[in-house]
Design a protein around this ligand. Structure first.
Ligand code: ATR
Length: 272
């Protein structure tokens, strides 16, 4: 029997997840189908409930339902617990709804394995303190950076993240101004600034020699953040396409117990 999965969001038409998971299933010979589900803004739980009652095995969850998915869960992975948001649900045979957050694992895999940039012992700067930043903090800290600084326009939110994650590593949060005179080896844009073609207020000297600039957004070409990085000494630029495919692979692994190859799927999705 074909096992059913889907991605739920609002909007959802633009999602690349069905394409990615179809490719993973083909590659690994898994008998599964993967659809896109549009949930009404006030109907996430009902949409999940119907899908599950009809025999669905698991869901990916995207904007704006990641926190609701986390609340709906009856069992949480550590990374979902710390993120207070979930992008993956698995309906367990014992009736539990397991929630996971694979975004951070996808990011660190893309940076560490695909881009070959070690995180251990490096100075890492994370821009933004919203849901996207929160979702990647624990996996980043587990890779043991020398420092993990969080900068946010509203500094209180970065300080709150510092408190929430302090037990897991050398994390510090504050405003952009305090970055002046400091340098980082990896600078990750987890703000939504690229959506509005804006640039976070970064001081110019922030990129250390050889630094990687990573925008978690994808499909926007060279974002203002990446343009700024290119003009201010970053040696390497990356967008979030690799993270998108890697987080999907991590969800696929949770559901199916098989790890698909991501490189061919990243190559397939690269703009020609
Ligand atoms: P997401 O789920 O994408 O993280 P969010 O929770 O609304 O969305 O958070 C958006 C993040 O992008 C916030 O950190 C926001 O900063 P504030 O907390 O100060 O609002 C940040 N952000 C959005 N536009 C920005 C811009 N133009 N410059 C700097 N930061 C920006």
């Amino acid at each position: 029997m074909t096992d059913r999965y889907a991605v739920v969001g609002n909007p959802i038409a633009h999602s690349k997840s069905p394409l990615i998971h179809a490719e993973f299933a083909r590659q690994t010979g898994q008998n599964m189908a993967y659809a896109a589900l549009l949930a009404p803004l006030d109907g996430f739980a009902a949409t999940v409930g119907t899908f599950r009652t009809e025999g669905g095995k698991g869901l990916n969850v995207t904007v704006p339902f990641k926190q609701e998915a986390w609340r709906l869960a009856t069992r949480l992975t550590d990374r979902a617990r710390m993120a207070e948001a979930a992008n993956t649900l698995k309906f367990e045979p014992d009736g539990a709804i397991l929630a996971d957050n694979t975004d951070g694992a996808g990011l660190v895999r893309d940076i560490g394995e695909n881009l070959g940039a070690g995180i251990e012992g490096r100075r890492v700067l994370l821009l933004g303190a919203g849901g996207a930043a929160r979702g990647v903090l624990l996996p980043l800290l587990l890779r043991e950076p020398a420092q993990l600084a969080i900068a946010n326009r509203t500094p209180e939110k970065a300080v709150a993240l510092e408190r929430h994650f302090a037990a897991h590593g050398p994390v510090e949060g504050g405003d952009y101004a305090r970055l002046a005179g400091r340098q980082f080896d990896i600078v990750i844009n987890a703000t939504s600034s690229s959506l509005s073609d804006a640039l976070p207020p970064l001081p110019p000297g922030v990129f250390a020699p050889g630094a990687l600039a990573y925008d978690m957004m994808y499909g926007k070409g060279l974002t203002p953040f990446l343009q700024f990085a290119r003009g201010n000494g970053a040696a390497r630029l990356a967008d979030g396409l690799g993270m998108l495919v890697e987080q999907a692979a991590e969800s696929f692994f949770l559901w199916r117990g098989v790890r698909p190859q991501t490189r061919p799927v990243i190559d397939m999705l690269l703009p020609c």
